[in-house]
Write a protein that binds this ligand. Structure first.
Ligand code: ATP
Ligand code: MG
Length: 319
């Protein structure tokens, strides 16, 4: 009953990252749209078999905050993973195309990610390891879900070779060699939330602040565009982005970034929440349980209908 590659007709490219490419596909058998990720795996057959075995854990992952999984299979030099298609795309695409995410919606993103992380950890003892806006997806039913978590140790090892390194959501303790814990995911969440609310990746030269999105409310979302020549949030390109080594050093040595700029204020509960995610000392940093009890999350007034309306507004139009 699991999906096979021959069931799938390619529709369009959805994007590519360090290790993979994602395609929108039509499942001829089940008559529905799905997303297929192809990961280039540089490993011998025994290791590839091991990866496919390890990925089976995803069969047992079922949560409203985790992107659905339909199957995996070898495709020549790749491993194919078929998952639920999320029609409002990833949060990085959303903010790059429509500008900063409204702070109330950022709160709903935070809640969904925390519930997804807690599900993975409490039920499967899995630590996500790669929380960032491109691994947080939304659909026009108003759901927000996480994907691309580290289920297969062998897969992590096999793509590490091709990784060109934007490990920029990495916590200070991870940079210094401490093992992953759920608290490292909390740090990555904090960085991601600032990026969504500001409309740009928080670590870069301070002069960049002037290049922030214009918060002028008379501009419609669709006409708001980043004024930075390199893509905001892309720490790789452009003269103003830090080199990866500078960035890692900065994360370890400088104070953690904060929500809010000199040009824009956010509710104090949101600022407080993000501060709780970004304590540099992981023993003081809040846990997902604690963060879910915080005022910002508990007092949120956003309804499912409002969330749905927002995802419809930011979803790419069909062409
Ligand atoms: P990295 O490889 O560094 O983790 P990434 O997350 O951007 O970066 P991919 O995981 O290959 O790279 O995803 C590429 C793009 O495909 C994402 O940015 C996202 O917009 C899109 N995408 C991924 N999964 C889905 C999905 N299930 N539904 C819709 N779009 C998706
Ligand atoms: Mg991804």
């Amino acid at each position: 009953d699991l999906v096979k590659d021959e069931d799938l007709d390619i529709m369009q490219d959805l994007g590519a990252g360090n290790g993979g490419t994602v395609t929108k596909v039509w499942n001829k058998k089940r008559k529905c749209i799905m997303a297929r990720k192809l990961i280039l795996v540089d490993a011998k057959p025994s290791v590839r078999k091991q990866i496919l075995r390890e990925l089976q854990i995803m069969n047992d992952c079922s949560s409203p905050y985790i992107v659905g999984y339909y199957g995996c299979f070898p495709v020549d030099v790749h491993v194919g993973i078929v998952m639920e298609y999320m029609d409002a795309t990833s949060l990085d695409h959303i903010y790059r195309n429509t500008g900063p995410v409204p702070i109330d919606m950022v709160g709903k993103v935070a809640e969904a990610v925390l519930r997804g992380l807690m599900y993975l950890y409490d039920v499967h003892r899995i630590i996500h390891r790669d929380i960032k806006p491109s691994n947080i997806l939304a659909n026009t039913a108003g759901d927000i879900k996480i994907c691309d978590f580290g289920v297969s140790g062998e897969l992590i090892n096999s793509i590490a070779n091709t990784f060109v390194g934007t490990s920029t959501y990495m916590s200070p303790e991870r940079i210094q060699g401490a093992p992953y814990t759920i608290k490292s995911d909390v740090w990555s969440l904090g960085i991601s939330l600032i990026e969504l609310a500001h409309g740009r990746f928080p670590f870069s030269d301070s002069a960049d602040e002037a290049l922030d999105f214009d918060p002028d409310p008379t501009l419609s979302a669709s006409t708001q565009r980043p004024t930075l020549s390199n893509k905001p949030g892309n720490p790789r390109g452009g003269a103003r982005a830090m080199s990866i080594l500078d960035l890692l050093q900065h994360i370890v040595n400088e104070p953690a970034p904060k929500l809010g700029t000199s040009r824009r204020d956010f509710p104090s509960e949101a600022v407080e929440f993000v501060r709780g995610c970004l304590d540099k000392d992981p023993s003081i940093r809040q846990s997902p349980q604690e963060l879910l009890k915080s005022k910002w999350i508990v007092d949120s007034q956003v309804t499912k209908d409002q969330l749905k309306a927002w995802t419809r507004q930011v979803a790419p139009s069909d062409d």
